[in-house]
Design a protein. Sequence first.
Lengths: 213, 213
Amino acid sequence: MARAASTKGNTRIQRQKTKQILDAALEVFSTYGFRGSTIDQIAAQAGLSKPNILYYFDGKEAIHGVLLDRLLHTWLEPLEHLGESDNPVDEICAYVTRKLEMSRDYPRESRLFANEILQGAPNIIAELQGPLKSLTDDKCRLIQSWIDEGKIAPLDPHHLIFSIWSTTQHYADFDVQVQAVLGASTTDRFETAQTHLDRLFRAMLTPQKADDI
Amino acid sequence: MARAASTKGNTRIQRQKTKQILDAALEVFSTYGFRGSTIDQIAAQAGLSKPNILYYFDGKEAIHGVLLDRLLHTWLEPLEHLGESDNPVDEICAYVTRKLEMSRDYPRESRLFANEILQGAPNIIAELQGPLKSLTDDKCRLIQSWIDEGKIAPLDPHHLIFSIWSTTQHYADFDVQVQAVLGASTTDRFETAQTHLDRLFRAMLTPQKADDI
DNA sequence: TCTTTTTCTGACCATATGGTCAAGACTATG
DNA sequence: CATAGTCTTGACCATATGGTCAGAAAAAGA
């Protein structure tokens, strides 16, 4: 018999093929969106036949589902690492850097996520309202405590996080536009972006000793 | 006879129906993306029959094309208004505000654009490399001149613009996520975002009289 | 090696979708 | 109010696409 809701993982062949399929699917889904992608495209990309794909997964939606599941874990990881520090400005800037690196190294994942959200997040709305919201609220409390201690400038923690997400993910999701306008090489684009974003958030976060003492 | 590459506009009925169709198409395309949308959906949304839609437009792609054309014009307008000013910080912040208002008032247009870019901008890559790049480069020179005059802090003009685009459009394109995390009402979300973004860019742009004099 | 289990595929099916067309309904106007 | 032109639609077509299935081909065991 050969059942398995979605991911198989027993034999050597199963492990290899499922990985192969998921990688191909990520490539295709992140480029054309869910409805714009076909099993044939994924099959071609994976170098397998369509029925063979359906042998490993219960359908197009199942493949997409597995990708989204894994994605959320990867996606939230950097934020989880945001923690106590005696230099909160550096700590937050390090988070910005990590997020930017993810845009550079995992643009497909970023676009898959963006596609999903753009279309109303039909398949991950629960995760957004659950785990994502919890984690975010949690980190916002941490940020608020830094504000209360005067270690960073006063600002809305939630919107700060939105700004970090948007500015960093922009370099993955809107890469075509960035390239069209900048025309720089990939490394150049990300290096200058890194410098810029660090400066941006540092300026915003560094507390102003307004009227001093 | 009844020819017209795409937009008809002679009789009263033609004007009304084309507008009706374009509005419905914007709704559908911005929600499901080009390939995820069907003519039937557009027809239903517009309250017309499918053949009737095709009487006014030469096909699905033609409708999409018209929408994209109009979009680019609307989209670049705010940036065009960025001009000389004796208070560049205010001038740029006003641009940020205008962009945020567009996210609030025209979220469908924002998502249509995002969808197109995400998928590699197949239909507007030329416009990005042409008009968009020209305009952007142009405004970057203006910003650079402000920097040279010491009126705003030194920073990379291109990346500054990317930051403005990404942070403001985030509230339209990722609205579902923002809602999931914030849970605030629409007006609340945009009001607090406005405050936050103004603070963010003001902090970054205001020149530091580092070693004074 | 022989048998069992897993893996793979060509052929097929049902449905969805972009698009056409001939004919009917409606409108404007001479 | 008749007629030319405009508008609308039901019925249809060709193709694309998600998915199935019976049986062939490999692998894995015994």
